[in-house]
Design a protein around this ligand. Structure first.
Ligand code: ZN
Length: 220
């Protein structure tokens, strides 16, 4: 890894996934190969883990989601990269929709969604949480928030407001509660563990892109 600033020779400091020169303010990307060497499941620069990960990794369902989450964080530098990855893996994952992957489902729900969206807000992914995919209950990941629609109710967790993600592994289908509330939970009966892990990577990548200086996300 680069240690000295190529422009001024100053000692570089690592901040999240960048190297920053405190003397001339140049920033450099951390080489991919350096990041991959990390053995941590979740990057300690981004996450404060307050849960027994070893216990979670003993369970097949949670370990598969966590591995997919880590894989996506390690392999994809930006939320755009995670998005492209999701576009590939969700081709067969019927409970989801993205632009160019069952995108008409997103358009069909515009009437329900649009009053809640800010102007210019982009819907990246839709996850149907009704059993037979009727689109009554669903949530969307946008470029600003995760928005949940249940019957007539809607709830929003903006990226800046994500403080913690609570892992509930009491069932065989793990769920990930944004800010500890089961009403704002990331899970789905129809989606694969791989998709679920990639969605968590998308949400957390977006949260750090939305505000680079935000505090770490607590995993509880
Ligand atoms: Zn410098």
């Amino acid at each position: 890894m680069l240690k000295k600033c190529p422009s001024c020779g100053g000692e570089l400091e690592k901040k999240r996934e960048k190297l920053i020169c405190p003397y001339c303010n140049s920033t450099y990307d951390v080489e991919k190969s350096d990041k991959k060497s990390s053995t941590e499941l979740l990057d300690p620069d981004l996450f404060f883990v307050d849960v027994d990960l070893n216990r979670l990794m003993e369970k097949k369902c949670t370990s598969e989601v966590m591995r997919a989450w880590k894989y996506c964080m390690d392999e994809n530098e930006t939320s755009k990269d995670v998005e492209e990855y999701l576009r590939k893996i969700t081709q067969k994952d019927d409970g989801t929709a993205m632009k160019d992957v069952r995108g008409e489902r997103i358009e069909n729900l515009r009437g329900r969604m649009d009053p809640e969206l800010e102007s210019g807000e982009r819907v990246i992914m839709l996850i149907d949480t009704t059993l037979f995919g009727k689109g009554k209950d669903f949530y969307v990941i946008t470029d600003r928030a995760v928005r949940f629609f249940k019957k007539k109710k809607s709830m929003t967790v903006k990226f800046d407001d994500i403080i913690a993600i609570k892992i509930n592994d009491s069932l065989n289908l793990p769920s990930f509660y944004l800010n500890e509330s089961y009403e704002t939970s990331i899970s789905s009966v129809a989606n694969s563990y791989q998709t679920l892990g990639a969605m968590l990577a998308l949400i957390t990548r977006l949260a750090f892109e939305y505000n680079e200086d935000r505090s770490r996300i607590r995993i509880i």
